[in-house]
Design a protein around this ligand. Sequence first.
Ligand code: BG6
Length: 510
Amino acid sequence: MNKTENQMLIIFGASGDLTARKLIPALFNLFRDKHIPENFVVLGVSRSNLSDTEFRKKVAIESLHLKDQVSTRELSLITSFSKKLFYEDLGDNYDTNYDKLAKRIGDLNTKFSIGNNFIFYLSTPPSLFEAISKNLSEQNLNDETDGFKRLIVEKPFGYDLETAKNLNKGIQKYFQEHQIYRIDHYLGKETVQNLLVTRFANSIFEPLWNRNYIHHVEITNAESNGVGSRGGYYDNSGALRDMFQNHLLQIVSLIVMEPPIAANAQEIRNEKVKALRSLRIMNDEKTLNDNTIRAQYVGSKINGEEVKGYREEEGVNPDSTTETYAAIKFFVDNWRWKDVPFYVRTAKRMPTKVTEVVIHFKTPHHQIFQDSGVLNKDNKLIIRIQPDEGILVKFGVKVPGQGFKVERANLDFYYSDLEETKVMEAYERLLLDAMQGDATLYARADEVEAAWKFVDPILNYWKNAKDVRMYGYSAGVWGPKNADNLIDGIGTWRNPEENLADDPGFCVIC
Ligand code: BG6
Protein backbone atom coordinates (compact mmCIF):
# COMPACT_ATOMS: atom_id res chain seq x y z
CA MET A 1 0.00 0.00 0.00
CA ASN A 2 1.25 3.53 -0.74
CA LYS A 3 2.40 5.61 2.20
CA THR A 4 0.41 8.65 3.23
CA GLU A 5 2.74 11.26 4.66
CA ASN A 6 1.76 13.63 7.44
CA GLN A 7 -0.07 16.58 5.93
CA MET A 8 -2.61 19.39 6.18
CA LEU A 9 -5.64 19.76 3.94
CA ILE A 10 -6.67 23.37 3.50
CA ILE A 11 -10.16 23.67 2.05
CA PHE A 12 -11.12 26.98 0.41
CA GLY A 13 -14.89 27.43 0.30
CA ALA A 14 -15.18 25.36 3.46
CA SER A 15 -18.54 26.75 4.53
CA GLY A 16 -20.07 25.69 1.21
CA ASP A 17 -22.24 22.69 0.52
CA LEU A 18 -19.55 20.39 -0.94
CA THR A 19 -17.44 20.40 2.22
CA ALA A 20 -20.23 19.17 4.48
CA ARG A 21 -21.87 16.92 1.88
CA LYS A 22 -18.88 15.18 0.33
CA LEU A 23 -15.43 16.16 1.63
CA ILE A 24 -15.91 15.80 5.37
CA PRO A 25 -17.81 12.47 5.11
CA ALA A 26 -15.06 11.17 2.80
CA LEU A 27 -12.35 12.30 5.23
CA PHE A 28 -14.26 10.79 8.13
CA ASN A 29 -14.41 7.42 6.37
CA LEU A 30 -10.68 7.59 5.67
CA PHE A 31 -10.13 8.41 9.35
CA ARG A 32 -12.36 5.54 10.50
CA ASP A 33 -10.65 3.10 8.16
CA LYS A 34 -7.22 4.24 9.35
CA HIS A 35 -6.03 5.72 6.06
CA ILE A 36 -5.30 9.13 7.58
CA PRO A 37 -1.66 9.72 8.57
CA GLU A 38 -0.76 10.10 12.21
CA ASN A 39 -0.30 13.86 11.97
CA PHE A 40 -3.12 15.31 9.95
CA VAL A 41 -5.34 18.38 10.19
CA VAL A 42 -7.97 20.01 8.03
CA LEU A 43 -8.12 23.78 7.91
CA GLY A 44 -11.39 25.13 6.55
CA VAL A 45 -11.08 28.56 4.93
CA SER A 46 -13.87 30.78 3.70
CA ARG A 47 -15.60 34.09 4.13
CA SER A 48 -17.96 33.07 6.93
CA ASN A 49 -17.21 34.16 10.43
CA LEU A 50 -16.89 30.84 12.26
CA SER A 51 -14.80 29.62 15.18
CA ASP A 52 -13.11 26.21 15.14
CA THR A 53 -15.90 24.89 17.38
CA GLU A 54 -18.65 26.28 15.15
CA PHE A 55 -17.00 24.81 12.06
CA ARG A 56 -16.67 21.40 13.73
CA LYS A 57 -20.33 21.49 14.68
CA LYS A 58 -21.46 22.59 11.25
CA VAL A 59 -19.58 20.13 9.10
CA ALA A 60 -19.11 17.20 11.47
CA ILE A 61 -20.69 16.98 14.92
CA GLU A 62 -24.13 18.24 13.93
CA SER A 63 -23.97 17.51 10.24
CA LEU A 64 -26.68 15.17 9.00
CA HIS A 65 -24.52 14.33 6.00
CA LEU A 66 -22.16 12.60 8.38
CA LYS A 67 -24.64 11.28 10.94
CA ASP A 68 -26.82 9.68 8.29
CA GLN A 69 -23.86 7.71 7.03
CA VAL A 70 -22.44 6.29 10.21
CA SER A 71 -23.75 3.69 12.60
CA THR A 72 -24.60 4.65 16.19
CA ARG A 73 -21.51 2.73 17.25
CA GLU A 74 -19.37 5.18 15.31
CA LEU A 75 -20.92 8.40 16.62
CA SER A 76 -18.20 8.87 19.22
CA LEU A 77 -15.64 8.61 16.44
CA ILE A 78 -17.09 11.77 14.93
CA THR A 79 -16.04 13.69 18.02
CA SER A 80 -12.45 12.42 17.86
CA PHE A 81 -12.37 13.11 14.13
CA SER A 82 -13.72 16.63 14.58
CA LYS A 83 -10.69 17.53 16.74
CA LYS A 84 -8.67 17.45 13.53
CA LEU A 85 -10.79 20.24 12.03
CA PHE A 86 -9.90 23.94 12.26
CA TYR A 87 -11.23 27.07 10.66
CA GLU A 88 -9.85 30.37 9.40
CA ASP A 89 -12.03 33.29 8.34
CA LEU A 90 -10.61 35.02 5.28
CA GLY A 91 -12.76 38.15 5.64
CA ASP A 92 -14.78 39.58 2.78
CA ASN A 93 -12.76 38.36 -0.10
CA TYR A 94 -10.68 35.38 -1.31
CA ASP A 95 -8.46 37.79 -3.22
CA THR A 96 -6.82 39.38 -0.27
CA ASN A 97 -3.55 39.31 1.61
CA TYR A 98 -2.88 35.80 2.96
CA ASP A 99 -0.44 36.85 5.76
CA LYS A 100 -2.88 35.84 8.48
CA LEU A 101 -3.77 32.60 6.73
CA ALA A 102 -0.11 31.74 6.18
CA LYS A 103 0.57 32.39 9.86
CA ARG A 104 -2.29 30.06 10.86
CA ILE A 105 -1.05 27.36 8.52
CA GLY A 106 2.46 27.78 9.94
CA ASP A 107 1.21 27.52 13.54
CA LEU A 108 -0.82 24.38 12.87
CA ASN A 109 2.10 22.94 10.91
CA THR A 110 4.41 23.35 13.91
CA LYS A 111 1.90 22.36 16.58
CA PHE A 112 0.91 19.12 14.86
CA SER A 113 4.30 18.30 13.25
CA ILE A 114 2.78 18.29 9.78
CA GLY A 115 6.12 18.44 7.98
CA ASN A 116 5.21 21.26 5.56
CA ASN A 117 3.08 19.00 3.36
CA PHE A 118 0.01 20.93 2.28
CA ILE A 119 -2.90 20.24 -0.05
CA PHE A 120 -5.06 23.21 -1.02
CA TYR A 121 -8.54 22.16 -2.07
CA LEU A 122 -10.32 24.89 -4.04
CA SER A 123 -14.02 24.33 -3.61
CA THR A 124 -14.77 27.83 -4.86
CA PRO A 125 -16.03 29.24 -8.15
CA PRO A 126 -13.33 28.76 -10.84
CA SER A 127 -13.12 32.54 -11.27
CA LEU A 128 -11.17 32.53 -7.98
CA PHE A 129 -8.66 29.79 -8.85
CA GLU A 130 -6.01 32.09 -10.26
CA ALA A 131 -6.31 34.69 -7.51
CA ILE A 132 -6.08 32.06 -4.76
CA SER A 133 -3.07 30.42 -6.46
CA LYS A 134 -1.36 33.80 -6.74
CA ASN A 135 -2.03 34.70 -3.13
CA LEU A 136 -0.72 31.33 -1.98
CA SER A 137 2.41 31.74 -4.07
CA GLU A 138 3.03 35.17 -2.55
CA GLN A 139 3.33 33.36 0.77
CA ASN A 140 5.62 30.71 -0.79
CA LEU A 141 2.91 28.18 -0.18
CA ASN A 142 3.59 26.68 -3.61
CA ASP A 143 7.22 25.99 -2.83
CA GLU A 144 8.02 22.30 -2.51
CA THR A 145 11.55 22.62 -1.13
CA ASP A 146 10.61 21.36 2.29
CA GLY A 147 7.40 19.41 1.66
CA PHE A 148 4.81 18.84 -1.05
CA LYS A 149 2.31 21.52 -2.05
CA ARG A 150 -0.67 20.31 -4.09
CA LEU A 151 -3.72 22.07 -5.45
CA ILE A 152 -7.01 20.24 -6.00
CA VAL A 153 -9.55 22.09 -8.13
CA GLU A 154 -13.24 21.34 -8.51
CA LYS A 155 -15.25 21.51 -11.68
CA PRO A 156 -16.46 23.31 -13.72
CA PHE A 157 -13.01 23.54 -15.25
CA GLY A 158 -13.78 26.21 -17.80
CA TYR A 159 -16.91 27.30 -19.61
CA ASP A 160 -15.47 26.51 -23.01
CA LEU A 161 -12.05 25.84 -24.56
CA GLU A 162 -10.84 29.40 -24.24
CA THR A 163 -11.79 29.81 -20.58
CA ALA A 164 -10.34 26.37 -19.77
CA LYS A 165 -7.05 27.38 -21.40
CA ASN A 166 -7.02 30.64 -19.48
CA LEU A 167 -7.76 28.82 -16.26
CA ASN A 168 -4.93 26.37 -16.89
CA LYS A 169 -2.55 29.20 -17.72
CA GLY A 170 -3.68 31.21 -14.69
CA ILE A 171 -3.00 28.37 -12.24
CA GLN A 172 0.15 27.17 -13.99
CA LYS A 173 1.74 30.58 -13.42
CA TYR A 174 1.96 29.63 -9.75
CA PHE A 175 1.78 25.83 -9.54
CA GLN A 176 3.42 23.29 -11.80
CA GLU A 177 1.28 20.73 -13.61
CA HIS A 178 2.46 17.89 -11.33
CA GLN A 179 1.09 19.87 -8.36
CA ILE A 180 -2.38 20.36 -9.90
CA TYR A 181 -5.15 17.80 -9.37
CA ARG A 182 -8.34 18.45 -11.38
CA ILE A 183 -11.05 16.44 -9.77
CA ASP A 184 -13.63 14.52 -11.77
CA HIS A 185 -15.57 12.47 -9.27
CA TYR A 186 -16.60 9.92 -11.92
CA LEU A 187 -12.98 8.78 -12.09
CA GLY A 188 -13.24 7.98 -8.39
CA LYS A 189 -16.06 5.53 -9.02
CA GLU A 190 -14.92 1.93 -8.70
CA THR A 191 -16.78 0.83 -11.83
CA VAL A 192 -15.25 3.56 -13.97
CA GLN A 193 -11.79 2.38 -12.94
CA ASN A 194 -12.92 -1.17 -13.58
CA LEU A 195 -13.24 -0.25 -17.25
CA LEU A 196 -9.45 -0.30 -17.36
CA VAL A 197 -9.24 -3.64 -15.60
CA THR A 198 -11.97 -5.22 -17.73
CA ARG A 199 -10.12 -4.20 -20.84
CA PHE A 200 -6.50 -4.67 -19.90
CA ALA A 201 -6.46 -7.47 -17.33
CA ASN A 202 -8.46 -9.96 -19.42
CA SER A 203 -7.54 -11.62 -22.63
CA ILE A 204 -11.15 -12.26 -23.60
CA PHE A 205 -12.34 -8.69 -24.19
CA GLU A 206 -9.44 -6.72 -25.64
CA PRO A 207 -9.04 -8.83 -28.80
CA LEU A 208 -12.67 -7.97 -29.63
CA TRP A 209 -12.39 -4.34 -28.60
CA ASN A 210 -12.28 -2.78 -32.06
CA ARG A 211 -14.15 -2.03 -35.27
CA ASN A 212 -13.96 -5.65 -36.43
CA TYR A 213 -16.25 -6.85 -33.65
CA ILE A 214 -17.96 -3.84 -32.13
CA HIS A 215 -20.98 -2.48 -33.93
CA HIS A 216 -21.62 0.55 -31.78
CA VAL A 217 -21.10 1.89 -28.29
CA GLU A 218 -23.86 3.40 -26.20
CA ILE A 219 -23.48 5.35 -22.97
CA THR A 220 -26.40 6.49 -20.87
CA ASN A 221 -26.20 8.77 -17.89
CA ALA A 222 -29.64 9.37 -16.46
CA GLU A 223 -30.72 11.10 -13.30
CA SER A 224 -34.23 11.00 -11.93
CA ASN A 225 -33.81 14.29 -10.07
CA GLY A 226 -34.34 17.67 -11.62
CA VAL A 227 -32.01 20.59 -11.00
CA GLY A 228 -33.35 21.07 -7.48
CA SER A 229 -31.80 24.02 -5.68
CA ARG A 230 -28.98 24.36 -8.24
CA GLY A 231 -31.10 26.07 -10.91
CA GLY A 232 -28.98 29.25 -10.84
CA TYR A 233 -25.75 27.36 -11.55
CA TYR A 234 -27.29 24.86 -13.94
CA ASP A 235 -29.03 27.43 -16.10
CA ASN A 236 -25.61 28.84 -17.02
CA SER A 237 -24.24 25.40 -17.64
CA GLY A 238 -26.58 22.77 -19.11
CA ALA A 239 -26.17 19.04 -19.57
CA LEU A 240 -23.32 19.29 -22.06
CA ARG A 241 -21.09 21.36 -19.80
CA ASP A 242 -22.26 19.87 -16.52
CA MET A 243 -21.90 16.16 -17.36
CA PHE A 244 -20.81 15.48 -20.92
CA GLN A 245 -17.62 17.54 -21.26
CA ASN A 246 -16.16 16.06 -18.09
CA HIS A 247 -17.62 12.87 -16.61
CA LEU A 248 -18.90 11.30 -19.83
CA LEU A 249 -15.93 12.16 -22.01
CA GLN A 250 -13.70 10.73 -19.27
CA ILE A 251 -15.64 7.47 -19.58
CA VAL A 252 -15.38 7.68 -23.38
CA SER A 253 -11.61 8.15 -23.12
CA LEU A 254 -11.30 4.95 -21.07
CA ILE A 255 -13.28 2.99 -23.64
CA VAL A 256 -11.45 4.44 -26.63
CA MET A 257 -7.87 4.55 -25.34
CA GLU A 258 -5.08 2.22 -26.44
CA PRO A 259 -3.45 -0.02 -23.82
CA PRO A 260 -1.03 2.07 -21.74
CA ILE A 261 2.47 0.65 -21.31
CA ALA A 262 2.15 0.83 -17.53
CA ALA A 263 -0.53 1.57 -14.94
CA ASN A 264 0.84 4.93 -13.82
CA ALA A 265 -0.54 8.45 -14.05
CA GLN A 266 1.66 9.55 -16.92
CA GLU A 267 1.14 6.54 -19.18
CA ILE A 268 -2.60 6.23 -18.59
CA ARG A 269 -3.20 9.94 -19.07
CA ASN A 270 -1.04 10.01 -22.20
CA GLU A 271 -3.32 7.39 -23.75
CA LYS A 272 -6.49 9.11 -22.56
CA VAL A 273 -5.50 12.39 -24.10
CA LYS A 274 -4.71 10.67 -27.40
CA ALA A 275 -8.17 9.09 -27.27
CA LEU A 276 -9.86 12.45 -26.68
CA ARG A 277 -7.89 14.03 -29.49
CA SER A 278 -9.11 11.35 -31.85
CA LEU A 279 -12.80 12.21 -31.42
CA ARG A 280 -14.00 13.57 -34.74
CA ILE A 281 -14.85 17.23 -34.23
CA MET A 282 -18.13 18.21 -35.82
CA ASN A 283 -17.82 21.52 -37.54
CA ASP A 284 -20.47 21.95 -40.20
CA GLU A 285 -24.08 22.70 -39.38
CA LYS A 286 -25.51 19.67 -41.15
CA THR A 287 -23.33 17.24 -39.18
CA LEU A 288 -24.15 19.06 -35.97
CA ASN A 289 -27.83 19.03 -36.79
CA ASP A 290 -27.87 15.33 -37.67
CA ASN A 291 -25.81 14.16 -34.72
CA THR A 292 -26.87 16.20 -31.72
CA ILE A 293 -30.16 16.54 -29.87
CA ARG A 294 -30.96 18.82 -26.99
CA ALA A 295 -34.09 18.95 -24.90
CA GLN A 296 -35.61 20.26 -21.70
CA TYR A 297 -37.94 18.52 -19.28
CA VAL A 298 -41.43 19.92 -19.05
CA GLY A 299 -43.91 19.54 -16.19
CA SER A 300 -45.74 16.25 -15.87
CA LYS A 301 -47.53 14.01 -13.42
CA ILE A 302 -45.73 11.02 -11.99
CA ASN A 303 -47.98 8.65 -10.07
CA GLY A 304 -50.56 11.42 -9.93
CA GLU A 305 -48.11 13.94 -8.48
CA GLU A 306 -47.21 17.15 -10.28
CA VAL A 307 -43.55 17.50 -11.22
CA LYS A 308 -42.22 20.93 -12.20
CA GLY A 309 -40.85 21.62 -15.65
CA TYR A 310 -37.30 22.95 -15.97
CA ARG A 311 -38.39 26.51 -16.71
CA GLU A 312 -40.47 26.57 -13.53
CA GLU A 313 -37.52 25.59 -11.33
CA GLU A 314 -36.09 28.10 -8.86
CA GLY A 315 -33.22 30.13 -10.31
CA VAL A 316 -34.02 29.18 -13.91
CA ASN A 317 -34.86 31.80 -16.51
CA PRO A 318 -38.51 31.21 -17.58
CA ASP A 319 -37.38 31.55 -21.23
CA SER A 320 -34.27 29.46 -20.73
CA THR A 321 -32.80 27.56 -23.66
CA THR A 322 -30.44 25.56 -21.46
CA GLU A 323 -30.60 21.84 -22.19
CA THR A 324 -31.34 19.29 -19.48
CA TYR A 325 -30.99 16.49 -22.02
CA ALA A 326 -28.17 16.03 -24.51
CA ALA A 327 -27.64 13.13 -26.89
CA ILE A 328 -24.63 13.08 -29.18
CA LYS A 329 -23.58 10.68 -31.89
CA PHE A 330 -19.94 10.81 -32.90
CA PHE A 331 -17.07 8.90 -34.45
CA VAL A 332 -13.50 8.31 -33.43
CA ASP A 333 -10.89 8.88 -36.09
CA ASN A 334 -8.28 6.26 -35.43
CA TRP A 335 -7.29 2.79 -36.57
CA ARG A 336 -9.21 0.93 -33.88
CA TRP A 337 -12.54 2.74 -34.08
CA LYS A 338 -13.01 3.82 -37.69
CA ASP A 339 -16.74 3.94 -38.58
CA VAL A 340 -17.95 2.71 -35.19
CA PRO A 341 -20.64 5.11 -33.97
CA PHE A 342 -20.70 6.21 -30.34
CA TYR A 343 -24.03 7.31 -28.85
CA VAL A 344 -23.87 9.18 -25.59
CA ARG A 345 -26.76 10.75 -23.72
CA THR A 346 -27.11 12.48 -20.39
CA ALA A 347 -30.18 13.99 -18.79
CA LYS A 348 -32.06 15.01 -15.71
CA ARG A 349 -35.62 13.95 -14.82
CA MET A 350 -35.39 10.55 -16.44
CA PRO A 351 -37.37 7.57 -15.12
CA THR A 352 -34.46 6.37 -13.00
CA LYS A 353 -30.89 7.10 -11.96
CA VAL A 354 -28.52 4.97 -13.97
CA THR A 355 -25.17 5.21 -15.71
CA GLU A 356 -24.14 2.41 -18.00
CA VAL A 357 -21.93 1.65 -20.96
CA VAL A 358 -23.22 -0.83 -23.52
CA ILE A 359 -20.82 -2.34 -26.02
CA HIS A 360 -22.92 -3.77 -28.84
CA PHE A 361 -21.07 -6.47 -30.76
CA LYS A 362 -21.65 -7.23 -34.40
CA THR A 363 -23.82 -10.18 -35.34
CA PRO A 364 -21.84 -13.18 -36.60
CA HIS A 365 -20.99 -12.58 -40.27
CA HIS A 366 -22.27 -15.98 -41.44
CA GLN A 367 -25.69 -16.75 -40.06
CA ILE A 368 -26.20 -20.48 -39.58
CA PHE A 369 -29.19 -20.27 -37.28
CA GLN A 370 -31.24 -18.05 -39.53
CA ASP A 371 -34.63 -19.12 -38.20
CA SER A 372 -33.52 -19.21 -34.62
CA GLY A 373 -34.90 -15.86 -33.52
CA VAL A 374 -31.41 -14.64 -32.69
CA LEU A 375 -31.28 -11.93 -35.30
CA ASN A 376 -31.27 -8.41 -33.93
CA LYS A 377 -30.14 -9.78 -30.60
CA ASP A 378 -26.50 -8.85 -30.73
CA ASN A 379 -24.04 -9.79 -28.01
CA LYS A 380 -23.76 -7.02 -25.51
CA LEU A 381 -21.33 -6.16 -22.78
CA ILE A 382 -23.07 -3.95 -20.26
CA ILE A 383 -20.93 -2.12 -17.77
CA ARG A 384 -23.16 -0.80 -15.03
CA ILE A 385 -21.45 2.19 -13.47
CA GLN A 386 -24.26 2.92 -11.03
CA PRO A 387 -26.36 1.68 -9.29
CA ASP A 388 -26.13 -2.17 -9.08
CA GLU A 389 -22.50 -1.77 -10.05
CA GLY A 390 -21.35 -4.68 -12.13
CA ILE A 391 -20.84 -6.25 -15.54
CA LEU A 392 -23.19 -8.26 -17.70
CA VAL A 393 -22.48 -10.19 -20.86
CA LYS A 394 -25.47 -11.10 -23.00
CA PHE A 395 -24.97 -14.08 -25.23
CA GLY A 396 -27.02 -16.64 -27.10
CA VAL A 397 -27.82 -20.11 -25.75
CA LYS A 398 -29.78 -22.91 -27.32
CA VAL A 399 -33.34 -23.36 -26.12
CA PRO A 400 -33.65 -27.01 -25.06
CA GLY A 401 -35.59 -29.15 -27.52
CA GLN A 402 -35.60 -29.82 -31.19
CA GLY A 403 -34.04 -27.45 -33.70
CA PHE A 404 -31.78 -24.50 -32.96
CA LYS A 405 -33.87 -21.90 -31.30
CA VAL A 406 -31.61 -19.35 -29.63
CA GLU A 407 -32.37 -17.30 -26.54
CA ARG A 408 -30.38 -14.64 -24.72
CA ALA A 409 -28.68 -15.55 -21.47
CA ASN A 410 -26.72 -13.39 -19.04
CA LEU A 411 -23.32 -13.87 -17.50
CA ASP A 412 -23.08 -11.37 -14.73
CA PHE A 413 -21.01 -10.03 -11.88
CA TYR A 414 -22.20 -7.54 -9.27
CA TYR A 415 -19.92 -5.74 -6.84
CA SER A 416 -22.50 -6.35 -4.13
CA ASP A 417 -21.61 -10.06 -4.37
CA LEU A 418 -18.20 -9.23 -2.95
CA GLU A 419 -19.49 -9.08 0.59
CA GLU A 420 -16.13 -8.62 2.21
CA THR A 421 -15.06 -5.72 0.04
CA LYS A 422 -15.86 -2.19 1.01
CA VAL A 423 -16.24 -0.03 -2.07
CA MET A 424 -14.80 3.42 -1.36
CA GLU A 425 -16.90 6.45 -2.19
CA ALA A 426 -15.53 8.46 -5.13
CA TYR A 427 -14.36 11.41 -3.01
CA GLU A 428 -12.76 9.10 -0.48
CA ARG A 429 -10.69 7.37 -3.11
CA LEU A 430 -9.75 10.60 -4.88
CA LEU A 431 -8.75 12.41 -1.71
CA LEU A 432 -6.62 9.50 -0.59
CA ASP A 433 -4.93 9.36 -4.00
CA ALA A 434 -4.12 13.08 -3.86
CA MET A 435 -2.83 12.67 -0.32
CA GLN A 436 -0.49 10.00 -1.65
CA GLY A 437 0.51 12.00 -4.71
CA ASP A 438 -1.16 9.69 -7.23
CA ALA A 439 -2.74 11.75 -10.02
CA THR A 440 -3.86 8.82 -12.19
CA LEU A 441 -7.54 9.49 -11.49
CA TYR A 442 -7.29 13.24 -11.96
CA ALA A 443 -7.68 15.05 -15.27
CA ARG A 444 -4.58 16.61 -16.81
CA ALA A 445 -4.68 20.05 -18.47
CA ASP A 446 -4.37 18.61 -21.98
CA GLU A 447 -7.22 16.13 -21.37
CA VAL A 448 -9.55 18.89 -20.23
CA GLU A 449 -8.64 21.03 -23.24
CA ALA A 450 -9.08 18.15 -25.71
CA ALA A 451 -12.55 17.51 -24.27
CA TRP A 452 -13.53 21.16 -24.65
CA LYS A 453 -12.24 21.18 -28.21
CA PHE A 454 -14.76 18.51 -29.07
CA VAL A 455 -17.62 20.12 -27.13
CA ASP A 456 -17.13 23.76 -28.17
CA PRO A 457 -18.57 23.48 -31.72
CA ILE A 458 -21.70 21.75 -30.35
CA LEU A 459 -22.19 24.49 -27.77
CA ASN A 460 -21.69 27.18 -30.41
CA TYR A 461 -24.08 25.50 -32.77
CA TRP A 462 -26.76 25.17 -30.12
CA LYS A 463 -26.27 28.78 -29.11
CA ASN A 464 -25.99 30.47 -32.48
CA ALA A 465 -27.46 28.41 -35.29
CA LYS A 466 -30.83 29.54 -36.56
CA ASP A 467 -32.94 26.45 -36.89
CA VAL A 468 -31.63 24.39 -34.04
CA ARG A 469 -34.49 22.79 -32.13
CA MET A 470 -35.08 22.53 -28.41
CA TYR A 471 -37.33 19.57 -27.71
CA GLY A 472 -39.45 19.05 -24.66
CA TYR A 473 -39.92 15.76 -22.82
CA SER A 474 -42.20 15.07 -19.90
CA ALA A 475 -40.35 14.76 -16.63
CA GLY A 476 -40.11 11.00 -16.02
CA VAL A 477 -39.62 9.74 -19.58
CA TRP A 478 -36.53 8.70 -21.51
CA GLY A 479 -36.12 12.03 -23.31
CA PRO A 480 -37.64 13.26 -26.56
CA LYS A 481 -38.98 10.64 -28.91
CA ASN A 482 -36.84 11.70 -31.83
CA ALA A 483 -33.69 10.81 -29.85
CA ASP A 484 -34.22 7.34 -31.30
CA ASN A 485 -33.70 8.83 -34.77
CA LEU A 486 -30.08 9.32 -33.82
CA ILE A 487 -29.72 5.54 -33.63
CA ASP A 488 -31.61 5.28 -36.88
CA GLY A 489 -31.38 1.96 -38.61
CA ILE A 490 -29.97 0.05 -35.68
CA GLY A 491 -32.74 0.20 -33.14
CA THR A 492 -33.34 2.33 -30.08
CA TRP A 493 -31.53 3.34 -26.92
CA ARG A 494 -31.39 0.69 -24.24
CA ASN A 495 -33.75 2.01 -21.59
CA PRO A 496 -33.26 0.09 -18.36
CA GLU A 497 -36.71 1.06 -17.00
CA GLU A 498 -40.18 1.98 -18.18
CA ASN A 499 -41.32 5.58 -18.60
CA LEU A 500 -42.79 6.95 -15.40
CA ALA A 501 -44.90 9.92 -16.44
CA ASP A 502 -48.63 9.21 -16.36
CA ASP A 503 -49.13 10.83 -19.71
CA PRO A 504 -45.80 10.90 -21.53
CA GLY A 505 -45.62 13.80 -23.92
CA PHE A 506 -43.07 15.24 -26.30
CA CYS A 507 -43.00 18.59 -27.99
CA VAL A 508 -40.83 21.10 -29.77
CA ILE A 509 -40.16 24.02 -27.44
CA CYS A 510 -38.34 26.24 -29.91
C1 BG6 B 1 -22.15 16.60 -10.91
C2 BG6 B 1 -23.12 17.45 -11.66
O1 BG6 B 1 -20.84 16.78 -11.39
O2 BG6 B 1 -22.52 15.23 -11.05
C3 BG6 B 1 -24.54 17.22 -11.16
O3 BG6 B 1 -22.78 18.82 -11.48
C4 BG6 B 1 -24.88 15.75 -11.21
O4 BG6 B 1 -25.48 17.97 -11.92
C5 BG6 B 1 -23.80 14.92 -10.52
O5 BG6 B 1 -26.12 15.58 -10.55
C6 BG6 B 1 -24.05 13.46 -10.74
O6 BG6 B 1 -23.15 12.70 -9.99
P1 BG6 B 1 -23.50 11.22 -9.56
O7 BG6 B 1 -22.26 10.73 -8.90
O8 BG6 B 1 -24.67 11.32 -8.61
O9 BG6 B 1 -23.87 10.48 -10.79
